[in-house]
Ligand binder design. Structure first.
Ligand code: SF4
Length: 321
């Protein structure tokens, strides 16, 4: 149920906003992996177009954070803060994505940034936690407390299909917004607006709760800024259509690219619902692939597929420099 709800909400937000959406991204700093956010909405900032021009994929964070400048090439070992083999891999990926250019001097490989990394291409990061059925809240309270006290995202929203009562609202942090979303109708109603969080300051990350005691880590403003940039990059490269369609003839693609099973008459999660053990399995070719997902994303969002890049332009300028 949650997978279908999540995809329906992504499709709805994609149509209703100019956000770049991605699913299932890490939202913790001190204990990475301890908090996975269901949907991240990246609200474009003033320099968004500068970012789209570079690459349609994620720029490796260590390349963004690199001391290598645009004007001066430096050896890879100095440019990327990582073990030598990892630094080489990161440099390869950054060159591949057109963010670094490379050159050789006396047998040593040097890199430089092909362009300045834009500072303000992201206006806001919105975290959305999906809980279609509030009668089965699972870990919801802890998840939202982590988000509210860490303040890594500008706004945090709980999305549900359930009727929301005052008791529900009292159990979650006041800053968390609440939406009621009906997947069948594709509409969302704002029950409570989210309060903007202080993303520029330090945050408190809840690590574990014991009776009478909570373990926390203080996360600095710089660590948060770095993590936010990483989330934005990941969201930009990843998107939300991350599933592979099953090789089953009963699975088709909705107009917005969700996997819909004709046999069970609903959107399915190919990873958990589909396979030869399914009673409706009909071997065939997958109804949709990565190319279709990218085409839909390009047509429906501000993400730009296969941009011309900036590296070649820089190389051209160099000739006259
Ligand atoms: S494997 Fe089963 S659930 Fe998946 S599309 Fe085929 S019939 Fe539907």
């Amino acid at each position: 149920m949650e997978f279908g709800f999540e995809l329906a909400l992504c499709a709805h937000l994609e149509a209703a906003t100019d956000w770049v959406l991605a699913r299932q991204l890490g939202g913790a700093v001190a204990a990475p992996g301890s908090r996975i956010v269901d949907i991240v909405g990246l609200v474009p900032g003033p320099a968004f177009d500068e970012r789209t021009r570079i690459t349609d994929r994620t720029i490796p964070p260590k390349a963004v954070e690199s001391d290598a400048g645009v004007g001066e090439a430096v050896p890879v070992a100095e440019a990327v803060d990582a073990r030598p083999d990892r630094a080489r891999g990161i440099a390869d990926a950054a060159v591949d994505r057109g963010f670094f250019t490379e050159e050789r001097h006396g047998g040593t490989r040097y890199v430089r940034k092909a362009t300045r990394y834009p500072d303000d291409w992201v206006d806001e990061l919105v975290a959305i936690e999906n809980k279609p059925d509030l009668g089965r809240p699972g870990d919801l309270r802890r998840q939202l407390r982590v988000d509210a006290s860490l303040a890594l995202f500008d706004r945090v929203v709980l999305a549900t299909e359930s009727h929301v009562t005052g008791a529900h609202l009292n159990r979650i942090p006041e800053s968390v917004g609440v939406w009621r979303f009906r997947p069948a109708a594709g509409e969302h109603e704002v029950i409570r607006e989210a309060t903007p969080l202080d993303t520029d300051g330090p945050g408190v990350e809840l690590l574990a709760e014991h009776p009478g005691r909570t373990d926390v880590a203080i996360v600095s403003a710089d660590e948060k800024a770095e993590k936010r940039r990483r989330i934005a990059e990941r969201a930009y490269g990843k998107g939300w259509r991350t599933y592979a369609f099953p090789g089953c003839d009963n699975c088709g693609a909705t107009a917005d690219g969700r996997p819909r099973c004709a046999h069970f008459d609903r959107v399915v999660d190919p990873a958990s619902d589909c396979g030869e053990s399914c009673s409706g399995w009909q071997p065939g070719d997958p109804a949709s692939g990565d190319d279709d997902a990218a085409a839909l994303r390009d047509a429906r969002t501000p993400w730009e597929r296969d941009p011309p890049g900036v590296a070649r332009r820089q190389a051209g300028l160099d000739r006259f420099g």
